[in-house]
Design a protein around this ligand. Structure first.
Ligand code: ZN
Ligand code: ZN
Ligand code: FE
Length: 775
């Protein structure tokens, strides 16, 4: 007795080799019918014996391609059509355009086996891919994602590849990136001036140069890497000086998990994360004794590590290196290089050799970065491997374009219930970064198939993105406060729509009172917020200069506790270069000249790092806080409790850190180890956050808390806050899909603007809409 069943499969099932998999499974189960893509997911109709259908449905779940994530399969019974064969129906024949563009994916296991199988026709071919793995977003010229719209368009298929491409039973059926040594891209080697080096095996030549300590620029998926032997200290130092990157840690690439364990302590969650098809850089605990050069990650307890994701990287690491430094191919603060000529021009003073190929990179995309926190993946930079996969949000929104923050920028398009967050764009200070910003907006509009009429942007008048928003005519512009955006980004990815207590522990963001915010406790929903509490203001002498000179934050914080007596304390701890400088700084704070008020917790971290003698000047953002966390990690468990106070002013709770500052000062003078003090400081903040949240809960009845802001990149702070808040009985949400830092801001901006524009969620009219901006 034949049956026919129609299934709708939802989840990540497009662009991951799902239809060929369905074809193979259905034919091996003796079923007729078809499979096709649709907007709502993959549609399968199968017809055959009852037991065969049951077998097919169970294999659908258990044997699906590694990158597929099946969220739901819904089945309905149909009248049998007595078909004889199973086929893959092309999307366009049904009048459905398939615009979906998947993220780039690491080389799959099957391709990896073929890469190292001497009999295979793609043996050691550096561009082997299939319908499951390989470049995707980074080779896209236009949407829909078809070979003709990618960087592969200029490589006509040889007969063998063409046969695979058109055979539904082949695992390369409709693999847009299909290639082989006969018809596909080829490697080439150039010297530091860009002159080609003619040699039979550019890869072997490049490996030989790396072994001798050379810096080789290697073309990857989303850009070039600068590559050097990670065990060669002199070579790593040379890379640092040429790249003008003094101390910021470099990421390394290792062949496999076994090699990773030579350099780092790994738990199972970290091993899984290293092996995920997104192949992000994972921050792991560095081993004390290892062959790694000191210059790779000086002063850090952690190491950024990743496994190879392109066949070329697998070949590079096959047998010659414990680890290679793989840092993005750019000068500090500029976007990553993608073109061969561009790389030779921009990296000419840095790299000794260029290992390139003739498959163009069309979309810049840095490596993503993640760590594990509370046992699960926690993303710190979202780019290659994730973008442009949309984030599902609660509700349905008109199209919104959010322009993001100024540093660690991303942009986001929100449409209906999907948020398309761009890759990490870097800091908006250079013309190159601004070009990248505009490029990304154009691409995102094509991927999301819309040109939003609603623009969300930060409130900071000096941000590049704010100026861009101002120049856009005929759009509804909605400014969103920075920390409200942080909080809503965390709500959105967790699909929370009820009001929460949002704790935003952050570097800096423009406050609605014009002050520099960054230690905020907001009562917020997706439309509005009220500042229910914050870190008590202190003065920040030198303003943004304080980011590089942490002693300035310490001066401001000490002054809240000791008044002008701070000078003597600062001199005693050797905090200020000399007394005359201290007197000048005091004057600026006294008269409020270039000394804005701030509630930034990031600056509090800087201040404490300076007070404890951990770091008084930084060479990259977050350095002092990272080192303070590392120092706290060396504390042997001695318990020391630092005091704090909570005050109240006009119904706003103020976290008063003066008691902690005076205690820290006295303990420092008494010679208590800084490891103990750093740990006590983290612990105090966690207790204080929970206590602030308890006060706000008592006043509002809200029991759910979300944690966001750049300070929550600090694992000790994040996990400590989770513990303290759980103990107080809160339900807590943290980031998992977008970063807690400013990389998540665009998502929050988009959802706030979308909510206000619909008039949903909030009970008042959107208060921040510019007059007459809607045309
Ligand atoms: Zn593959
Ligand atoms: Zn071929
Ligand atoms: Fe921020």
């Amino acid at each position: 007795m034949k049956k026919r069943v129609r299934c709708l499969v939802q989840g990540t099932v497009q662009g991951v080799g799902f239809r060929p998999f369905v074809y193979r499974t259905a034919t091996s189960c003796n079923l007729a019918g078809f499979v096709c893509n649709s907007r709502g997911g993959v549609i399968i109709e199968i017809e055959g014996e009852h037991t065969d259908i049951a077998c097919f449905l169970s294999r659908l779940r258990t044997e699906a391609p590694s990158r597929a994530e099946i969220a739901e399969i819904s089945c309905t019974e149909q009248e049998p059509l007595h078909e004889k064969t199973f086929c893959i129906v092309q999307s366009n024949t049904l009048g459905i355009t398939e615009t979906h563009c998947p993220p780039d994916s690491a080389l799959c296991q099957t391709c990896q086996e073929e890469l190292f199988s001497p009999g295979n026709r793609r043996f050691r071919y550096p561009f082997i891919t299939c319908s499951v793995c390989g470049p995707r977003l980074t080779i896209v010229r236009d949407i829909p994602y078809d070979r003709a719209n990618t960087a592969m368009a200029c490589f006509p298929l040889c007969p063998e590849c063409a046969a695979e491409y058109t055979n539904p039973a082949d695992r390369r059926f409709h693999a847009e990136t299909i290639a082989c040594p006969v018809c596909g891209p080829q490697l080439a080697l150039h010297d530091g001036t860009g002159a080609p080096i003619f040699c039979p095996d550019p890869l072997a030549e490049a490996i030989a140069h790396l072994r001798h300590g050379a810096i080789v620029a290697v073309k990857g998926l989303g850009g070039f890497h600068l590559c050097v032997d990670a065990t060669n200290d002199a070579a790593v130092r040379r890379l640092r000086s040429r790249k003008c990157r003094e101390e910021k840690p470099f990421a390394v690439m290792v062949k496999d998990v076994a090699h990773a364990e030579i350099l780092a302590e790994l738990d199972d969650a970290e091993k899984n994360l290293l092996c995920s098809p997104e192949r992000q850089i994972v921050l792991v605990r560095k081993k004390k004794e290892s062959p790694l050069a000191d210059a790779v990650a000086p002063g850090m307890a952690t190491l950024g590590m990743m496994l190879p994701y392109t066949p070329l990287q697998h070949l590079l690491l096959e047998k010659d290196f414990v680890a290679l430094v793989m840092t993005s191919g750019n000068k500090t603060d500029e976007p990553i290089c993608i073109g061969n000529r561009e790389a030779i021009r921009r990296l000419g003073g840095i790299a000794d050799f260029f290992l390139v190929h003739n498959r163009d990179i069309l979309v810049r995309c840095d490596d993503s970065i993640a760590m594990t926190a509370a046992g699960a993946p926690y993303i710190l930079r979202r780019a290659r491997g994730f973008v442009p996969k949309p984030i599902a949000v609660h509700g349905s929104f008109p199209p919104v374009l959010a322009l993001g923050p100024h540093l660690k920028a991303t942009v986001c398009i929100l449409k209906q219930d999907r948020a398309f967050v761009s890759q990490h764009l870097g800091d908006m200070d250079t013309p190159q970064a601004r070009d990248f910003f505009h490029e990304s907006i154009r691409l995102l509009c094509r991927i999301a198939e819309c040109t939003p009429a609603i623009i969300a942007h930060d409130m900071h008048p000096g941000y590049y993105s704010t100026r861009v928003a101002t120049d856009m005519e005929g759009r509804l512009k909605i400014p969103v406060q920075h920390h409200h955006a942080h909080v809503v980004s965390c709500m959105a990815e967790n699909r929370i729509s009820d009001p929460v207590i949002g704790i935003a522990m952050d570097g800096t963001g423009y406050g609605d009172d014009g002050m520099v915010w960054g230690g905020e406790f907001l009562v917020a929903d997706a439309s509005e917020y009220r500042r229910a509490g914050h870190v008590a203001y202190f003065k920040l002498p030198g303003g943004s200069q304080a980011v590089r000179e942490t002693w300035r934050s310490a001066a401001g914080l000490l002054r809240t506790a000791y008044g002008s007596g701070w000078i003597e304390k600062a001199l005693r701890l050797g905090l200020v270069p000399e007394k005359s400088v201290a007197l000048l700084v005091e004057k600026s704070m006294e008269h409020g000249i270039n000394a804005p008020f701030t509630s930034s917790l990031g600056r509090v971290f800087d201040a404490v790092a300076a007070l404890l003698g951990v770091r008084q000047r930084t060479s990259f953002e977050g350095q002092a806080a990272m080192e303070l966390e590392a120092v706290a990690g060396r504390c042997d468990g001695a318990e020391l409790v630092l005091p704090y106070d909570i005050g109240e002013h006009n119904g706003v709770f103020l976290l008063d850190l003066r008691p902690a500052v005076t205690a820290l000062y006295e303990y420092c003078c008494a010679g208590i180890a800084r490891e103990v003090l750093a740990a006590a400081f983290h612990h105090m903040l966690c207790r204080a956050c929970a206590a602030m949240a308890e006060r706000i809960r008592a006043a509002t009845g809200i029991n759910s808390v979300v944690l966001s802001g750049g300070c929550f990149q600090n694992k000790r702070l994040l996990e400590g806050c989770l513990t303290a808040l759980r103990r107080s009985g809160f339900s807590i949400a943290v980031h998992r899909l977008v970063p807690p830092n400013d990389g998540g801001i665009s998502l929050g901006q988009a959802v706030v603007a979308g909510t206000r524009a619909c008039g949903a969620g909030g009970n008042q009219a959107p208060r921040a809409v510019e007059k007459g901006a809607l045309l």
